[in-house]
Write a protein that binds this ligand. Structure first.
Ligand code: SF4
Length: 427
């Protein structure tokens, strides 16, 4: 059977979509580049905010019009499958996240003969040198606005041997950038025998030989704090990108309390201070929710002040979206204009800060790992602190090369390989 796979959302969801695609191919199915070239489709949904959920329902109904069979999985499934209605439902199979390994057999016998090679047909797997490795399902926190934890349930960590094997298999497939992902990577291990913690996993994965680099996925200040020292020590190894994705969500302790985040702003400050002290050139990414129902003007100003003070390289701004079955959905909402105005103000601030950070790199030389194709004939490479640098030409992927930074844009750097003539020389 020719199967089209489409995935949306966070790193974990994309990683699961890639794993589904590989398992379909291993079971003898061919992977189609488009619905038009497929006999069936798999939709890996995201339901983190309302607008995305609505988009997933539209995407499903469109796919179900094109294809005789559609499998729907991902975060929409456990709690919002009732949104999928109408005659197309007869052609739809709903598969819970934890049953995704059954998808190949659910689709029935593969076509006769060997499946087409993955590299010829794949559209929805990330470029071959980047692989997402989900390290756990679920979460241990109970943030009041969060739908993902309701969709993914209690924490279920994969064991160290299973994860070491998964990383080795990815390296064998040609991966050069490994992304360890989860709803909260610093919660990993709490459900396993002997309660290993994230640093134990990082030490094990960090010890796998090769020329690859590893990016650690999203952590929560609440679960990171008790293990911060050893986690930062593990990230000091050259194997890891000096990158920390640590969502703070608000600069106001009152709002953090209403969000039930389980930490205060000073805890976040302390973690950032320690991380920057141990990891030079660290790239800090954080998330801020604006428009949370209890967020007053002073609370929002506190978020702006915190971003101005901490100067994260990356700030992901999300407007609050009430999610069904969450405590925060029962709070009286703020007007949409307030959230819009606040997200614009925060977006303008983060762009200014990003540009300041990036411009400091102009003229510097560094090694960088080439990981994906950029716009036009260009290549995206990652510096040791995970900043993206766009290089001219289609360079071999998966190689560590010396580069010189020549320019800065709001979300990436521009550079050349050290051997190449500088823009000034060719100007
Ligand atoms: S840490 Fe909070 S926001 Fe993140 S997945 Fe867990 S419950 Fe949701």
């Amino acid at each position: 059977m020719r199967v089209y796979v489409e995935s949306f959302g966070c790193a974990q969801n994309l990683g699961e979509g890639a794993a589904i695609t590989r398992s379909l191919h291993a079971a003898g199915h061919s992977i189609a580049v488009s619905p038009a070239a497929a006999d069936a489709g798999v939709l890996v949904t995201c339901a983190v905010i309302g607008p995305t959920e609505a988009r997933m329902v539209r995407r499903w109904s469109w796919l179900a019009e094109q294809l005789p069979r559609v499998v729907v999985t991902g975060c929409l499934v456990p709690l919002r499958a009732d949104l999928l209605t109408g005659p197309a439902l007869a052609r739809t199979t709903i598969v819970p996240i934890r049953d995704q390994s059954r998808i190949p057999s659910l689709l029935g016998p593969p076509s006769a003969g060997p499946p087409a090679p993955l590299k010829d047909t794949v559209s929805s797997i990330p470029p071959p040198v980047i692989e997402e490795i989900p390290i756990a399902q679920g979460c241990t926190s109970a943030c009041s606005y969060c739908f993902s934890r309701l969709a993914r349930g209690r924490l279920e960590s994969r064991s160290i041997p299973a994860l070491v094997e998964a990383v080795q298999a990815a390296l064998h497939r040609g991966a050069a950038e490994i992304r360890l992902s989860s709803l909260d990577t610093s919660a990993w291990g709490g459900d396993l025998e002997g309660s290993p913690t994230l640093p134990d996993l990082l030490d094990a994965v960090g010890g796998i030989p090769g020329s690859h680099k590893v990016r650690l996925g999203m952590l929560s200040p609440q679960t990171l704090e008790p293990i911060a020292g050893r986690t930062l020590q593990a990230l000091e190894r050259g194997r890891y990108f000096r990158f920390l994705h640590l969502p703070v969500q608000s600069g106001s302790d009152d709002v953090l309390g209403a969000m039930r985040r389980g930490y205060d702003v000073n805890t976040f400050r302390g973690l950032v201070r320690d991380a920057r002290a141990r990891l030079p050139d660290l790239t800090l990414a954080t998330d801020i929710i604006v428009g949370f129902p209890t967020e007053g003007d002073r609370d929002f100003l506190a978020s702006l002040d915190l971003v101005e003070e901490i100067e994260p390289e990356i700030v992901n701004v999300t407007r609050f979206s009430p999610r069904p079955m969450t405590p925060a959905a029962r709070l009286p909402p703020l007007g949409p204009r307030i959230a819009k105005r606040r997200s614009r103000a925060l977006a303008a601030l983060r762009m200014r800060i990003a540009r300041r950070h990036f411009e400091r790199w102009i003229g510097r030389a560094s090694n960088a790992l080439t990981v994906e194709r950029g716009p036009g004939p260009s290549t995206v490479a990652r510096l040791p602190n995970y900043l993206a640098v766009v290089l001219p030409g289609a360079l071999p992927l998966g190689s560590e090369i010396p580069v010189v930074i020549e320019g800065a844009r709001s979300t990436y750097l521009v550079g050349r390989t050290e051997a190449a003539p500088s823009l000034r020389d060719v100007a």
